[in-house]
Design a protein around this ligand. Structure first.
Ligand code: FAD
Length: 295
């Protein structure tokens, strides 16, 4: 199923993001998570791609296994900054050959462990170029998603810049977008306002991260420029070393956040699961009555 077509019918999308584990043991744990979350009948799940192409084979293996062993639609993330065009063509052809129809087209970041890294000469320098490359070589075979940043990408000097380049990805052929995680819905609503004014009309699915480890999320949020609202810090900080309390409070907050987003008509919810099912299942319990009749 093509995600873009599903969303065009104004149907609500529920999705989960996984990363490809490093070990066989991790992969088996992931597939237990997938099995548990499958009961929620997700619209799709997605599998991330390591910086610099480091997870190339693992991403493909996990994507292929989910596609083969379950009936869930899978979207493969693909970053372009470290690949030649020939490599990109080969990876995309491989996905096409096994029937994967959805790609999240990303630029990615320079690998942190390779300070001297320079992109291959003919690399796509921005996600927009990757979207154009996919369209040029595969036509409408793939439904293409792109990333968006309600609080601005760390490299964007301001929101005007952010919107200008986001629009270019959309004009290049993106069908939908998934946002960076955010904890203050006002950023998403403001971003949607800016998009409408710029005539960007693709579905933009909010990315939700239920907090299960406060210090880890604080670190991650500061890396990607996501603000953690003071009221949330005040709620979570006293319990930072108490995993059960953190889980309870993190889930409570994610439920409040999702209910507000659903009430305001979002096209779907995309959960960053970190390959675990517990928090996502708990959030789902808290929002499922609000989802009735939406899909
Ligand atoms: P781009 O859209 O290319 O934008 C990056 C920056 O460049 C922005 O500031 C933009 O404004 C600017 N820009 C864009 N085009 C131009 C231009 N023509 N000229 C000048 N400036 C320009 N990373 C991974 O490594 N693997 C993953 O699987 C992964 N999954 C992700 C999933 C989601 C939902 C999100 C939100 C992010 C994900 N990322 C992933 C992180 C992403 O790779 C980084 O945020 C990266 O820094 C930017 O990627 P992008 O595709 O948004 O880049």
């Amino acid at each position: 199923m093509k995600i873009g077509e599903y969303l065009k019918e104004k149907r609500f999308s529920l999705s989960f993001e996984f990363f490809p584990p490093k070990s066989q043991e991790g992969e088996e744990e992931l597939f237990q998570t997938v099995a548990r979350l499958q009961s929620l009948k997700p619209t799709f799940v997605s599998v991330t791609y390591g910086a610099g192409g480091s997870t190339r084979d693992r991403t493909k293996r996990v994507v292929e296994r989910i596609h083969r062993e379950t009936n869930i639609t899978v979207m493969a993330h693909l970053t372009c900054i470290a690949h030649t065009k020939e490599e990109l063509f080969e990876i995309l052809s491989g996905y096409k050959a096994i029937g994967i129809e959805n790609i999240l087209a990303l630029r990615g970041d320079k690998p942190k462990d390779k300070p001297d890294f320079t992109p291959p000469e003919d690399a796509c320098r921005h996600a927009e170029e990757l979207v154009s490359f996919i369209k040029a070589h595969f036509g409408d075979y793939f439904s293409i998603g792109v990333a968006s940043y309600p609080e601005g990408h760390p490299e964007s000097p301001n929101m005007e810049w952010e919107i200008r380049y986001f629009k270019r990805k959309v004009l290049a052929g993106a069908d939908f977008s998934i946002t960076q995680m955010f904890f203050d819905n006002r950023y998403y609503y403001e971003f949607m306002g800016l998009c409408h004014r710029a005539d960007i009309n693709i579905p933009i699915i909010p990315g939700i991260m239920p907090i299960t480890n406060f210090r880890q999320v604080q670190k991650f949020a500061s890396m990607c420029g996501t603000e953690i609202p003071q009221r949330l810090i005040e709620r979570l900080e006293p319990y930072a070393d108490k995993p059960e309390e953190t889980l309870k409070l993190g889930v409570e907050f994610a439920i409040e956040q999702c209910l507000d987003l659903i009430e305001n008509g979002v096209p779907g919810l995309h959960f960053y699961t970190l390959n675990k099912s517990k928090a996502t299942l708990m959030v789902y319990e808290g929002i499922k009555s609000a989802l009735v009749g939406l899909a």
